[in-house]
Design a protein around this ligand. Structure first.
Ligand code: HH2
Length: 264
C-alpha cells in the first residue's frame, strides 16, 4: 500500500502532493512501481496535527481518488469521517482506511452499504494529544483485544468479515517500547484471523533508535521493520517508498514461505 498524502503538513511528504495533479501523478507512479493499493489521505495524523473540516478534506482527496480509480488503481481512502468516506467510495475508492476504527457512528454503515473493505487501526487518544503520555499494562494484549472488539462491531454492522483488515497503529499513542512490542507481536495479531496491515514507514520510532535522521532517509530502517512484519504474517505494508517496500516484502516472503508453516 502506497501512502499518498494530499496534505500541506504530513510528516514525511507534507506539501509534495498537496496539488491534485502532482498527487495523481505520484499515485500512478506507485501503481507502476507495483503498489496493489494507493492510500489517499487529506488530513495529517502526525502527532500534534490540527484536525481538518470534512469539506476541506473532501476538496483535497476527491479529485485524486476519482482520477486514480478511473485509471484502474485500487484506492483506499484514509479518513475517519463517514462523510468523506462515502464521497470517496462514490468516487471509486474500494477500501476505507480508518485510523479510529469506525468511531464515527455513521462509518460502519457507509462501509457496509458500499460493500467496501475496511482497515481498523488502534490508536490511544487523538493525533493532537496521543504522544503526551501513552500508557499500557500490556500493550500487545490491549491492542489485540481492542482490534478483536472492533472487528466484531464491524461484522455486526454488516461488513463482510473477509473485508476487514487490522492494524496495530504504529506511532499512534505509543512510546518506543510499545511500538517495538507491537512490531514483534504481528504473529499474535495475525492469529486474530484477519489480514494485518503494518504502517511503520519512516516513523518516529526509527529516529528514537537511530538518532535524528530525516524521514526521507529512513527507508532502509523501514525495510528492517518490514522484513520482520512479513515474517510475522503481515499481509499489507503501508509505505512511502513503494520500490523498496515491494523488493523487501518479496524477498522476505520468498524466504519465509518456502516451507509450509507447520514446519517452521
Ligand atoms: N499511519 C499514518 C497515516 N495513516 N493508516 C493506517 N492504517 N496505519 C498507519 O500506520 C497509518 C495510517 C501516518 O503516516 P503518514 O500518512 O505518512 O503521515 P501523516 O499522518 O502526517 O499524513
Amino acid at each position: 500500500m502506497g501512502a499518498l498524502n494530499v496534505t500541506p503538513d504530513s510528516f514525511s511528504d507534507g506539501g509534495r502532493y498537496a496539488e491534485a495533479g502532482a498527487a495523481v501523478r505520484r499515485g500512478l507512479e506507485m501503481v507502476a512501481e507495483g503498489a496493489d493499493l494507493v492510500d489517499v489521505g487529506g488530513e495529517s495524523t502526525r502527532p500534534g496535527a490540527d484536525p481538518v473540516e470534512a469539506a476541506e478534506e473532501s476538496r483535497r482527496v476527491l479529485p485524486v481518488v476519482r482520477a486514480l480509480a478511473a485509471a484502474g488503481a485500487v484506492v483506499s481512502i484514509d479518513t475517519a469521517k463517514a462523510e468523506v468516506a462515502a464521497a470517496a467510495l462514490e468516487a471509486g475508492a474500494a477500501v476505507v482506511n480508518d485510523i479510529t476504527a469506525l468511531s464515527d457512528p455513521e462509518m460502519a454503515g457507509v462501509v457496509a452499504r458500499a460493500g467496501a473493505g475496511v482497515v481498523l487501526m488502534h490508536m490511544q487518544g487523538t493525533p493532537r494529544t496521543m504522544q503526551d503520555d501513552p500508557r499500557y499494562d500490556d500493550v500487545l494484549a490491549e491492542v489485540a483485544a481492542f482490534l478483536r472488539r472492533r472487528a466484531a462491531a464491524a461484522e455486526s454492522a454488516g461488513i463482510d468479515p473477509g473485508a476487514v483488515c487490522l492494524d496495530p497503529g504504529i506511532g499512534f499513542g505509543k512510546r518506543l517500547e510499545h511500538n517495538l512490542a507491537l512490531l514483534a507481536g504481528v504473529p499474535q495479531l495475525a492469529a486474530l484471523g484477519h489480514p494485518v496491515l503494518v504502517g511503520a514507514s519512516r516513523k518516529r520510532f526509527i529516529a528514537d533508535l537511530l538518532g535524528p535522521i530525516p524521514p526521507a532517509e529512513r527507508d532502509a530502517a523501514t525495510a528492517a521493520a518490514h522484513v520482520l512484519a512479513v515474517a510475522g504474517g503481515a499481509a499489507i505494508l503501508r509505505t512511502h517508498n513503494v520500490v523498496v517496500g515491494l523488493q523487501t516484502a518479496r524477498i522476505a516472503d520468498a524466504i519465509v514461505r518456502q516451507a509450509p508453516a507447520s514446519e517452521g
